[in-house]
Design a protein around this ligand. Structure first.
Ligand code: 5GP
Ligand code: 5GP
Ligand code: 5GP
Length: 208
């Protein structure tokens, strides 16, 4: 739109490890389309400002419209699965991401472009491959925080931000990986700002 959406400085491209979403006190529910692959899934592509703040819910006149992404749905079910309860087919999660974040970048990425850019970023970053190449496997083992960070840095070529959560026993584990994308959505960049979150010096990589 002409003036409905706000300017922003860059995107966080956020991927989640399903084993860590599920392996907490909150639990998870597999999507109605079946248990997702043991791979990182997209959480979202989030417009952000350099000072760490971010715009949200920028255009209520542009709701998520499944018909605009009909050719992407099967790939979204695979690469952007929902794990929240109750089980869903993904539409609630994708709608939330579009309404809260996507509407704030619609001057540069319309709805179809927003979802297809996020899916291609997932393919481009190959997080699981970066980790397993460095011997870091989702087997419930514990790995040093710095080895995880440098494995992703080496594989992807950009410094990630790692967000941890805690399993049922209170152990710190690999939950989300943030990478940054320029404000046209076209290329990965070094992050201008990092979120705040604490990880242990040793973190678990649970199976899924
Ligand atoms: P949480 O409080 O669980 O970290 O985040 C809740 C939600 O707030 C996220 O799912 C996301 O929508 C939004 N959010 C949290 N941190 C950031 C951030 O640094 N940048 C942006 N753009 N959104 C964020
Ligand atoms: P955020 O606001 O942090 O971008 O998105 C989180 C919202 O999406 C929450 O309302 C959460 O319940 C919902 N959601 C649905 N499926 C998932 C999922 O697989 N992972 C996460 N982190 N949130 C999900
Ligand atoms: P530095 O800029 O020295 O690498 O890190 C400054 C602070 O941010 C330290 O407390 C460090 O532990 C934390 N930090 C650096 N990178 C990450 C990251 O990827 N994830 C989290 N959760 N904290 C980080």
């Amino acid at each position: 739109g002409l003036s409905v959406s706000k300017d922003f400085d860059f995107f966080y491209f956020v991927q989640q490890w399903p084993g860590s979403y599920c392996d907490t006190q909150q639990k998870c529910c597999y999507p109605t389309t079946g248990k997702p692959a043991a791979d990182f899934g997209v959480h979202g592509l989030w417009p952000n400002y350099n000072d760490g703040t971010y715009p949200s819910n920028c255009d209520s006149s542009s709701p998520f419209d499944q018909s605009k992404v009909s050719n992407l749905i099967s790939t979204m079910q695979k690469d952007w699965p929902t794990l929240a309860c109750p089980s869903g087919n993904g539409v609630t999660f994708w709608s939330h991401e579009w309404d809260k974040h996507g509407t704030c970048s619609e001057d540069v990425l319309d709805q179809h472009s927003y979802f297809s850019r996020a899916l291609s970023l997932k393919n481009q970053t190959k997080l699981l491959q970066a980790l397993t190449t460095a011997g870091i496997k989702p087997n419930g083992g514990s790995y040093s925080f710095s080895s995880i960070k440098s494995a992703i840095q080496s594989g992807v070529g950009y410094t990630p931000f790692i967000e941890c959560n805690t399993d049922e026993s209170g152990n710190s584990q690999l939950y989300q990986v943030y990478l940054c994308v320029d404000n046209s959505g076209s290329k990965l960049i070094e992050c201008p700002a990092f979120p705040h979150a604490k990880c242990g010096s040793q973190i678990e990589f649970p199976s899924f």
